[in-house]
Design a protein around this ligand. Structure first.
Ligand SMILES: [Zn+2]
Length: 145
């Protein structure tokens, strides 16, 4: 990785940490990660994309357990990767942490947490980003009879 790559990473930290998405002011669609323009409104949306802080809370739409990890994540497998729908609407893919594999359920409430993602032995950099963990608030998947 070049020096430029490292500083770019640090500039992106607030976005990664706070889960900043953006919203098209023309059609009000929310995006995460933020986009430069809205794919629906295209040119009409240029300059009308407004940053929006997301709650970081959402629910698991679907998930799978990764048993064979890419090289840099070796040692972490097996780990769950889930598609999460944020309360505000956008969907994203993230690793689920602090959770027994057996505990993960579709519909489970999760929240973003800031975690170490990867250590780069070569330049000694540690990458941080968001992962999701089980939400401490009321679990909506619990016995609703
Ligand atoms: Zn739009």
């Amino acid at each position: 990785m070049t020096q430029g790559g490292v500083s770019r990473f640090w500039r992106e930290i607030p976005q990664r940490y706070n889960l900043i998405g953006n919203q098209c002011e023309v059609c009000e669609t929310l995006f995460f990660p933020p986009r430069e323009s809205c794919p629906t409104c295209r040119r009409k949306s240029v300059g009308k994309m407004k940053n929006k802080k997301l709650s970081g809370k959402g629910k698991i739409i679907t998930y799978s357990i990764v048993h064979v990890a890419p090289e840099q994540f070796e040692g972490q497998a097996p780990y769950p990767i889930a598609i999460i729908e944020l309360d505000e609407g956008p969907r994203l893919t993230s690793q689920i942490v602090d959770c027994d594999l057996d505990d993960i359920k579709i519909g489970m409430r999760v929240e973003a947490t800031f975690r170490k993602i990867q250590e780069d032995g070569y330049i000694g950099a540690i990458y941080y980003g968001y992962k999701f963990k089980k939400c401490e608030e009321l679990d909506s998947t619990k016995e609703k009879k």
